[in-house]
Design a protein around this ligand. Sequence first.
Ligand code: CAA
Length: 386
Amino acid sequence: MTLTHLSEEQREIVSLARNFARDEVTPFAAQWDRDSHFEPSLVKKLGDLGFLGLMIPEEFDGMGLDTLTYLLALEEIARADASVAVMLSVHNSLPTQMLLRWGNEAQKERFLKPMARGELLGAFALSEAESGSDASSLRCQAVRDGDDWIISGTKTWVTSGSHAGVIIAMVRTDASDARRGSKGISAFIITPDLPGFSVSKKEDKMGLRASPTVQLVFDHCRVPADRLLGDEGQGFIYAMQSLDNGRLGIAAQALGIAQAALDASLAYAAERRQFGTAIRDFQAIQFKLADMASRITASRALLHATAAAKDRGEPTTAFGAMSKLMASETAMWAATEAVQIFGGYGYVKDYPVEKLFRDAKITEIYEGTSEIQRVVIARQLYAQQD
Ligand code: CAA
């Protein structure tokens, strides 16, 4: 259910995503979740569909679609499995957009084009063990050595980091006292073949278990100077601007989870009988279903309006934070209501809502917690007041 008018092309993309999810994701998602298994063949299959280059212009081998179309596809995939959706969201919103925006021609040729074709998966490395919400306190450091940089430190919570061919990592290139904090951070294009780079701990997570979340270790990792992305010292600003877009992807992922919770609840409420009638006949259940549909529709309308504003070139930092905040809290709330509607069956793995409940939680945490979204929104309000 959407208020947004969709073009013929957008309908086709939605249907492509829905059919792909039906055939290649839904039948396997529960097993991947149980086994904590990332299915590498999905990268090639999604690449063949063009879904790893959705917003990359055709001149760089992408589909050249707008933000709304990308988000529509993402929501459909998330409806089937949030793990597959986050792989798509991170790749499409963060590393590819960073290369498109700040990469030079050689970097676009070498990294962006194969990423758009689905030959290289992308990841984004900002967080560290002691630098999460306070992103600018990161300590991973690069020291110049002739034509190279030597990077030392550890990045944490890196989605797809174990399978990525390209990782955009934010690293401190100027540690002098005067330039601590958000200044003196640069973005680097990291590939797994670099000496001194390794993938370490894979997290054992509550949800999104089919999406690998790993630590990356840089042990005096030698990185050629031509791997610097954009201007030295601009890495934090690049990361923040990219997260403005990334948060739209996470909002679409959250909406997919919320919609799946509503779909499952509607089906179950029609078939489950108690006190001699289908439970959907009870007002207690009707109110839950109506509230779920209302909140999902409102969150979706905000997200789609934000996507349109972004494509018109308007600033969307606050609206993006609102979209992510509303959609993720809707997802967690809708999944909780779905478990309640299913009762005991909602608490076991035989039915889908237990997984939706676990998957929903992370959308309130990553790419900025709900608290950080509120900070971003409040700061924008104050800036308009000044
Ligand atoms: N766009 C452009 N510039 C921005 C910006 C934005 N959205 N946000 C901040 N900046 C700029 C500021 O203007 C400022 O620039 P100047 O110094 O030139 O004035 C600079 O960045 C520093 O900004 P702040 O002083 O506001 O920085 P701060 O240290 O107070 O932090 C914050 C702000 C919003 C709390 C930020 O740290 C933040 O977003 N934290 C959350 C981090 C996050 O979302 N992490 C996600 C990890 S990635 C992930 O989860 C991906 C995954 O794999 C799924």
